[in-house]
Ligand binder design. Structure first.
Ligand code: KG4
Ligand code: ZN
Length: 334
């Protein structure tokens, strides 16, 4: 059979990315232009700034992906692009670039859900086996997704307030750490030999949902109280305490869901899956459970277009193509 080449495009947040993936599993090129430096001084992603950067970068990034692959558009089978969720202005730039490219080169267009992309990042590392449980933890999402088969998603749990990465970024701000704060908190926590005790949000018995705003408030109050008493807080102890609470809840609920749904494989995905403490905790827990657990390398955990091409490959193979009426869908459901 003929090999399949998909061009993936991702612009839902603060990375402008294009990638070419072969047969849904093999990365040919993976180009990412990060805007983090431009958002740092604002302490978070500013939608207008993101859109402007995407406009400046998108054509260059797509051209670079083709050039590095030494391929022409005629050698591609389809163009896959993130349709949502994300910042609407940011999404539209990727979508319009994808539409123009598909139209000009007479290629089919495939719309991809950003979270499906994060999950399919794993297909680039090893074959996915079903039923599969995915823990998706990023700046915008904290979700437990059950996949009984390829292309089918069941949301079994999600955050009721802040996403895990959002909580990391907010706590980092309390400690005056730069944006994005996740990697800094991770480092401080790993260097710490002690941890402040913070609450765990288990929610109702049996629930697979998450909540991180209470924990975030507990951290802010702790810092505030220390300040009022004129005491210095130890940032390492605070980071370690926060991180322990997040990791314990994420690990415990993921293990319980994996048992209940009798899955063959568990994967972690999204920017927070780059967290060293979380990776270790999940690895140890699933070794005990005797369930295969995988997490992609860090550059495939954070936003990229290879994951969009991989998810797009699955949809394209199933005949699920879109057309030029495709629109940015900020609240798109899985
Ligand atoms: O998936 P991603 O790149 O973008 C979204 O779709 O949101 O995730 C970004 C998030 C940020 O909140 C960042 O602080 C967090 O992932 N993050 C981490 C780590 N590396 C990135 N959080 C905890 N530990 C890390 N090592
Ligand atoms: Zn993401």
């Amino acid at each position: 059979t003929k090999d399949q080449y998909i061009l993936g495009i991702e612009t839902s947040c603060d990375e402008t990315a294009a990638s070419i993936v072969k047969n849904g599993t093999e990365i040919i090129t993976n180009v990412v232009a990060s805007q983090i430096e431009s958002h740092k001084r604002f302490g978070g992603v500013v939608p207008e700034v993101a859109s402007r950067h995407h406009v400046e970068q998108i054509t260059l990034v797509i051209e670079e992906a083709l050039k590095q692959a030494n391929m022409t558009p005629q050698e591609l089978d389809a163009v896959a692009v993130t349709e949502g969720p994300g910042l609407v202005g940011a999404l539209l730039i990727g979508i319009n670039a994808a539409k123009a490219f598909a139209f000009a080169n007479d290629l089919p267009l495939v719309g991809v859900h950003h979270i499906a992309g994060h999950i399919y990042a794993n297909a680039l590392v090893q074959p996915m086996e079903f039923p599969l449980l995915a823990l998706v933890v990023s700046g915008g999402h904290t979700e437990l997704v059950l996949m009984k088969k390829d292309g089918q998603f069941e949301l079994i749990g999600e955050t009721r307030d802040d996403a895990a990465g959002e909580a990391y970024d907010k706590v980092a701000r309390v400690l005056n750490l730069p944006y994005p704060g996740g990697p800094h908190i991770d480092r401080l926590a790993n260097e710490s030999d002690e941890a402040v005790s913070f609450p765990r949000a288990w929610l109702e018995e049996g629930s697979y949902d998450f909540s991180f705003s209470g924990l975030k408030s507990a951290v802010i109050n702790y810092q505030h109280n220390a300040e009022q008493r004129g005491e210095e807080i130890n940032p390492n102890h605070l980071a370690a305490g926060f991180q322990q609470s997040v990791i314990e809840v994420l690990t415990t609920k993921t293990v319980r869901a994996a048992r209940e749904f009798n899955v063959k494989q568990v994967i972690a995905a999204g920017g927070v899956a780059a967290n060293k403490g979380l990776r270790k905790s999940l690895e140890e827990a699933f070794e005990k459970e005797n369930i295969p657990f995988y997490v992609p390398p860090i550059n495939l955990c954070t936003d990229n277009a290879a994951m969009i091409a991989a998810a797009g490959s699955s949809k394209y193979s199933a005949g699920q193509t879109g057309d030029l009426s495709m629109n940015g869908r900020p609240g798109l459901e899985l």
